[in-house]
Write a protein that binds this ligand. Structure first.
Ligand code: BUP
Length: 439
């Protein structure tokens, strides 16, 4: 039962991986007859983010935009140089500006959904406004189980699955995570993009973690517009055999070293499989324009690619459309959580090569359920050791030829689809509205 006139404010954080689940949630709230206010930060970090926001707002004119202009900070005071973490910190230090912005909302807000990374600064403001504050956790339930007790580490998570920065208690990430964990416990509920069959054991265990109610709303599906002007080499894919292509992408925030990119290229060629490879050599996409693929990959690899082993690009692609194409039979991925959920939906086996943050923990979710491999021995991909092309090629072959993994991936896809029908995530959205009635 939807309480009469629910008005929800959404406050996403920086990074496409944080933004997209918020927009997908916004669309779902609209389908449930809620009014939605989207708080947009100015400036944003990447051009992909600004394009996605403006397309969303033009296609959903019923959404009210509230502009949240950030006060610039001195980066030397922030304990991080990562452009996305710097933005989290900037948003948090500007959070007091949210008070007038939220209190002036009309009709009155029923609740706000805040990204976990911003919770620490926003919760005191929403408490003052007596505005219920739900957290949207954009990673896996397994990661939530870590955040809920960090700096302790649950016995179910090996210490080696934590990125090195989390093991240094003085780092930006370690401080951030322990403070966020405490804050989530004071929120009115946690919304999460997962579903029961994807993380059954972890979800069963969460109620013992001192968290408020966790509402599983996954899979939060991409909106039609997300493909928008982005590219998918459909003509090329149409000419490939069923399940024969490996799609390779390490997400929106990972830059590999040139040396590692070249070894990866060698590995892809050695695997003998056709590949569709999104190459990224810089962290922020704005800076990527003008990157020369010939120069990054080296002539040898580039020549082989041109001889039709694969398709290489250095631009934003329509990942959803690529994963849904019948020619795609494997996904070499950094295991960003949105990518994991998208691969699960399409039943694509994953070769996980986590690069930072929660990605190893997400990769373990896949490996434990048997629908992919997680290459822990390859390290974090960032500078620590070079993984040679031969090894990469062998693993790709192993993934593509493993029938058991393919069967399990098909099973997880079936479960994802069932979960998005009325018994699953919709049911949990109804529970969320019921919890409002109780407040
Ligand atoms: Br790159 C890229 N096209 O070219 P994750 C990504 N995406 O549609 P993140 C595209 O962005 P972390 C591209 O489908 C997914 O929905 C992709 O989110 C889409 O990884 C999203 O997978 C990326 O969570 O890193 O944000 O790169 O979340 O781990 O910080």
């Amino acid at each position: 039962v939807i309480p009469s006139h629910v008005h929800v404010a959404l406050l996403p954080s920086s990074g496409v991986g944080h933004l997209l689940p918020f927009l997908r949630l916004a669309a779902s709230l609209i389908r449930h007859q809620c009014s939605v206010t989207l708080i947009t930060t100015h400036p944003v970090v990447s051009s992909s983010e600004s394009q996605i926001i403006s397309t969303f707002l033009s296609l959903f004119p019923q959404v009210t935009e509230k502009k949240f202009t950030l006060i610039p900070i001195d980066p030397t005071t922030a304990n991080t140089t990562d452009p996305f973490f710097l933005q989290w910190e900037t948003i948090r230090r500007s959070a007091h500006l949210l008070f007038p912005l939220l209190s002036s909302s009309s009709p009155l807000l029923s609740f706000i959904v805040t990204d976990v990374t911003l919770m620490t600064s926003v919760i005191s403001i929403t408490e003052n406004l007596r505005l219920p504050n739900y957290c949207l956790f954009t990673a896996s339930a397994r990661m939530l189980s870590l955040v809920s007790c960090f700096p302790s580490i649950p016995s179910s998570i090996p210490k080696a699955s934590l990125p090195p920065a989390l093991l240094d208690s003085k780092s930006f990430l370690a401080k951030d995570l322990s403070e966020s964990g405490k804050c989530i416990k004071h929120s009115d509920g946690v919304l999460i993009n997962t579903f029961e069959e994807l993380e059954k054991e972890t979800l069963e265990m969460l109620p013992t973690k001192g968290l408020p109610t966790v509402f599983t709303l996954g899979p939060l599906l991409p909106l039609e517009f997300e493909g928008g002007s982005s590219f998918a080499p459909l003509e090329w894919l149409e000419n490939q055999r069923k399940s024969s292509v490996v799609y390779v992408s390490f997400g929106s925030r990972t830059a590999m070293s040139k040396e590692q990119i070249r070894e990866l290229g060698k590995g892809l060629v050695l695997s003998g499989y056709k590949f569709l490879w999104v190459v990224k050599s810089k962290i922020v996409d704005k800076e990527e324009i003008g990157d020369d693929l010939d120069e990054i990959l080296g002539h040898q690899v580039m020549n082989k690619v041109k001889k039709n082993y694969g398709f290489v690009l250095n631009r934003w692609v329509d990942q959803w459309r690529i994963l849904s194409h019948k020619a795609v039979g494997g996904f070499m991925s950094h295991c960003g959580w949105n990518s994991v959920v998208e691969a699960a939906w399409h039943g694509i086996p994953v070769l996980g090569w986590p690069q930072h943050g929660d990605q190893m923990i997400n990769g373990e979710v896949i490996e434990a359920a048997g629908w992919g491999l997680c290459m822990k021995s390859w390290g974090w991909g960032l500078n620590n050791h070079l993984v040679k092309g031969e090894e990469i090629g062998d693993k790709i072959k192993e993934l593509m030829e493993n029938q058991m993994v393919r069967m399990k991936a098909a099973g997880i896809s079936e479960a994802a689809k069932k979960s998005s029908e009325s018994g699953g995530s919709c049911h949990n959205m109804a529970k969320l509205f019921q919890s409002l009635n109780k407040n």
